[in-house]
Design a binder for this molecule. Structure first.
Ligand code: PEP
Ligand code: MG
Length: 595
């Protein structure tokens, strides 16, 4: 943000929340909103003009809200930094408050009849150039502010579209105000060494992606953008949540040692790859992988996954201008099924909405998510699919066709009632008949249809849902978020997010029991499945199927090999008698020490 770089790089260090372990040492690249490629087109009708003015207003409201949130966050900084950042954010807020700039945006849409993105881009360039041509260095510096504010509005207008990350040098550490799930999906882990952002919490999808790609990451680091410039040397410690800029020799050497020792540990764990996950007393546990990017299928098999327990298909819709059609989806899914060579693949239907947005779904998102005050409670996941039959049917057809190549299970996100499952079953039967008539290759039987249990209401009605679902997958991430009313991605409330809350544990235990009573398979695919600390508790609840990011498989397996099931059951009962989250955590630590 608008201040100049110090002449001799001084070491600085600051804290956020460590969300993905590991140490990254590299060179910073600050992601600017301006690196989006902005579409430009003429608006043909009055309706188009009105629609784009509406989009612009919504992006302005969102931008103002973000500035307010950042302003609040800046108060937690040391006094001088808080003052400097506060001053800057106030200046930005003023620029979006019925200013000449905002009037210019509107005029270009209404009178110039160009789309909102192009209107913002053109007005910003025009005004910034005007400032730059003035002799006064103070006013000239305003040009940077105008570009930054414009970049923010653009990013909000083009939500779900990520800046291009195509031209990065290996060892790059990305620094940004916010990293979206779509941004992470674009990161190539052979080039990007890690990332850090001002906003975001440990349970959001950007953090999940970082863990699954093995990228060290820190989120919620308030003064990041004040201190780091592109080209600076940076260390990101994803365990402690520390970011160090321009480290001195000694610090760098210390972190290099730490990185090397973590790498040695990972190598050691790799030896467990082909060892079956069987507890010390002989109970078999099935360990599956969560997959976001299809390119990571090899990583899953390489880490010894016995199948895919959760394929998050929404990532196939991100970072592109158009949604993939049925054939393209089929090609992608069939390639995963084939690569898994007979191991089961659980394909979850689109879970778009909330913080997971995809630019390719443009007008669909505008219609259903748009300016929802509570998008996480609105049209998300199955609710969106059922409202968009064409989109949903294309995806289901692609899944049915892919199922001809190996065992596939279909998983529905955000289910609350048996009615939704029945509705999907009907659609599936109809599509099956249609595909059959077309002479398309299909599996011998309809794939099992399961539901995510990730809403408290679904967990409490798990016995009823078990009558209509073929299997359950417990999504402990959303289950925790919805039970405790904590936004997973909001770093301001992240400290309240805790899957160890007795309410969450009771819902999980109840769901597992309902599944066992109904004799349907039940797995856990939220982040707790990949945390070895939870393993004894989950096994004690009766869970025998865990799905996690491939990088967590070996560590969880290591824990299972040492576990005694009867002991785990006894200990789980003890945990369930405790109401205090802190005591539960202490009991789990205790449990962790026991075989
Ligand atoms: C969950 O909610 O636990 C889950 C696995 O789904 P996602 O994280 O994709 O929302
Ligand atoms: Mg979920």
């Amino acid at each position: 943000m608008g201040n100049s770089k110090a002449e001799t790089p001084k070491m600085g260090s600051f804290n956020g929340v460590g969300v993905a372990p590991g140490v990254a040492i590299g060179v910073a690249r600050v992601i600017e909103s301006g690196s989006l490629s902005v579409p430009e087109y003429a608006l043909k009708s009055e309706t188009d003009v009105t629609a784009d003015v509406d989009r612009l207003e919504r992006a302005l409201i969102k931008s103002r809200r973000q500035l307010k949130a950042l302003r609040m966050k800046s108060k937690s900084l040391p006094a001088a930094a808080a003052e400097e950042m506060g001053y800057l954010l106030d200046a930005h807020a003023a620029m979006l408050d019925e200013s000449r700039l905002v009037r210019g945006f509107r005029r270009r849409v209404q009178e110039g009849r160009i789309n909102a993105e192009a209107a913002v881009q053109t007005e910003v360039t025009h005004m910034a150039r005007g400032f730059e041509q003035l002799d006064d260095p103070y006013i000239a510096a305003r040009a940077t502010d105008v570009r930054e504010v414009g970049g923010r509005v653009l990013r909000n207008l083009m939500e779900g579209q990520s800046p291009s990350l195509g031209d990065l040098a290996p060892g790059t550490i990305l620094i940004a105000e916010d990293i979206t799930p779509a941004d992470t999906a674009q990161m190539d882990p052979t080039v990007v060494a890690g990332f850090a952002a001002v906003l975001g919490g440990a349970e959001g999808h950007a953090a999940i992606m970082a863990r699954s790609m093995g990228l060290p990451a820190v989120l919620g680091a308030a003064d990041l953008l004040q201190k780091v410039r592109s080209g600076d040397a940076v260390i990101v410690d994803g365990q402690s949540g520390r970011v160090i800029v321009n480290p001195d020799e000694k610090t760098r050497a210390r972190y290099e040692d730490k990185r090397a020792s973590l790498e040695r540990e990972t190598l050691k764990l790799q030896r467990l790859r082909d060892v079956p996950a069987i507890t010390a007393d002989g109970s078999k546990v099935t360990l599956l992988a969560n997959l976001e990017l299809v390119r990571d299928t090899k990583q899953a098999t390489g880490a010894g996954a016995e199948g895919i327990g959760l394929l998050r298909t929404e990532f196939m819709f991100m970072n592109r201008n158009q949604t993939p059609d049925e054939d393209e989806q089929y090609d992608i899914l069939a390639s995963v099924v084939k690569q898994m060579e007979g191991r089961p693949v659980t394909i979850r239907t689109l879970d778009i909405g909330g913080e997971k947005l995809a630019y390719s779904l443009g007008s669909i998102l505008e219609d259903h998510v748009g300016d929802a005050v509570n998008p996480a409670l609105g049209v998300r996941a199955i609710r969106l699919s059922l409202r968009e039959p064409k989109l949903f049917e294309a995806q289901l057809c692609a899944i049915l066709r892919a199922a001809a190549h190996g065992p596939v299970r279909i998983l529905l996100p955000m289910i609350t009632t048996p009615g939704e499952v029945k509705q999907v079953r009907e659609i599936l039967k109809r599509l099956w008949r249609r595909l059959k008539k077309r002479g398309v290759d299909l599996p011998t039987e309809m794939p099992p249809l399961g539901v995510m249990i990730e809403i408290p209401g679904a967990a409490l009605a798990a016995d009823a849902l078990a009558q209509s679902a073929d299997f359950f997958a417990i999504g402990s991430n959303d289950l925790t978020m919805y039970t405790l009313a904590i936004d997973r991605a909001d770093e301001r409330v992240a400290h309240l997010y805790n899957p160890l809350h007795p309410a969450v544990l009771r819902l999980i235990e109840f769901t597992v029991q309902a599944a066992l009573r109904a004799r349907i398979p039940v797995s856990i695919c939220g982040e707790i499945a990949g945390d070895p600390k939870f393993t004894p508790l989950l096994i004690g609840f009766g869970v025998r199927e865990l799905s996690m990011s491939p990088v967590s498989l070996a560590r969880v397996k290591q824990r299972i090999l040492k576990l005694d099931t009867a002991n785990a059951v006894r200990r789980a009962r003890l945990v369930m008698e405790v109401a205090d989250t802190g005591r539960i955590a202490a009991l789990l630590d205790d449990l962790d020490g026991l075989a």
